[in-house]
Design a protein around this ligand. Structure first.
Ligand code: ADP
Ligand code: MG
Length: 378
């Protein structure tokens, strides 16, 4: 591996969606200027008090008029660029149910989401350059009640997490489909979405409880240029490998342990272990008392095991926290903003994942043998 390109804080963006009809007609909504939103700060006021109750600042706050296009350009596109250079990239959407996670990640025909825009950037980049060959594979999985299901082979609904000790990476044995065009990937996404809908008795309820992870594995090799005999001898066959992971998380209200306590017995599975653990992992990573990765409980949930590189590891990460400005949901919005404030202090160490492939190793060995032979003839 090459040395670290940068020690990179997790980037956190907050996206405030427009009020919906129900929220807008709530009697107290119009009388209070509850949230004051600027591109870098979000402040809570209660109309009877002149002072702000809470104020948060972030690198990027998207106001209700922001489009998926501007979210993509500001926070997602730089990560796709990194992924194309061999750096792992993870983008995930966090927030309470109906706050706008899926709108942000998948979007609609009028305003395609971050996922489609990122994938389209990948294919545009590949077709516009001639210096490297690219191989792409895609997988799509869902974590539901701590079971990992392959959305491409739905009968595989209990995938295991494996660890590759040599490369210090964690993976699931999901189907990894080779893709060569944007259409290929879009087919995978729509097939995966259909599987999620078919299995659910109540789609909204299921969407609010499950996490989906779309992974594009990008492998690229520099094409040896015949004229460039002066190039570094091994540069022609060094392989870069990275993953671009796009995550739509379960509704963050599922992470509220206080709520879960009362309902745990009557409503099995209400508590979302993966989200609770995500919160704990972020707390530990940003706590001054934690001085070793051994204290961070990544292994306590499927989600945190799979997202370990994104949280304090070898990846560049953006978390898009979706919130509603509705008074009705002020507690959940506050809880999301507090999560977001902690998450922005997580530090990652993203590296360019570049390895010599077997041919390169062979050629290098041949060169060394030839050099030795020459030496011996002298
Ligand atoms: P979540 O995935 O967080 O549960 P959704 O993305 O499904 O929430 O959003 C809930 C509803 O609000 C959907 O009808 C969606 O179209 C709408 N919505 C969410 N965010 C926006 C936005 N930024 N602009 C317009 N409509 C939005
Ligand atoms: Mg959703």
């Amino acid at each position: 591996m090459l040395p670290p390109s940068d020690a990179d804080n997790v980037k956190v963006a907050v996206r405030v969606r427009p009020l919906n009809k129900r929220e807008n007609s709530y009697p107290h909504q119009s009388s209070a200027n509850f949230w004051s939103i600027t591109p870098t700060s979000i402040t809570q006021y209660v109309d009877s008090k002149p002072n702000a109750l809470h104020s948060f600042s972030f690198d990027h706050i998207f106001t209700p008029d922001a489009t998926n296009g501007s979210v993509y350009e500001t926070v997602a596109s730089p990560l796709v660029h990194s992924a194309l250079q061999g750096i792992n990239a993870v983008i995930f959407a966090y927030g309470q149910t109906a706050a706008g996670k899926t709108h942000t990640m998948l979007g609609n025909a009028d305003d395609p989401g971050v996922t489609l825009r990122c994938l389209s950037q990948v294919f545009q980049h590949i077709s516009a350059q001639s210096a490297r060959t690219f191989r792409l594979r895609a997988s799509y999985i869902e974590i539901y009640n701590e079971f990992i299901r392959d959305l491409l082979i739905p009968s595989n609904d209990n995938l295991k997490v494996h660890q590759n000790v040599a490369t210090n990476t964690v993976y699931v044995d999901a189907h990894n489909k080779i893709v060569t065009s944007l259409q290929d990937v879009l087919k995978i996404i729509s097939a995966g979405e259909a599987v999620r809908t078919i299995g659910a008795t109540n789609m909204n309820e299921k969407a609010s409880r499950s996490h989906t992870l779309f992974t594009l594995t990008i492998e690229s090799t520099e094409i040896p240029q015949p004229s460039s005999t002066t190039a570094a001898p091994t540069s022609g066959v060094a392989v870069r490998t990275s993953t671009l992971v796009l995550v739509d998380l379960a509704g963050s209200e599922r992470a509220s342990s206080t709520k879960a306590q009362g309902t745990r017995l009557t409503e099995g599975g209400y508590i979302n272990k993966s989200l609770l653990t995500l919160g704990t992992v972020i707390k530990k990573l940003t706590s001054e008392k934690t001085n070793s990765a051994a204290h961070v409980p990544y292994r306590d949930s499927k989600l945190t095991r799979l997202l370990q590189p994104a949280l304090g590891g070898n990846a560049r990460t953006v978390i898009i926290c979706a919130v509603t400005p509705a008074i009705l949901h002020v507690d959940e919005t506050l809880s999301t903003l507090k999560f977001a404030s902690r998450a922005k202090h997580v530090t990652n160490h993203a590296e360019t994942n570049e390895f010599l492939d077997d041919r390169a190793k062979l050629r290098r060995a041949e060169r060394q043998i030839n050099a030795l032979k020459k030496e011996m003839k002298k």
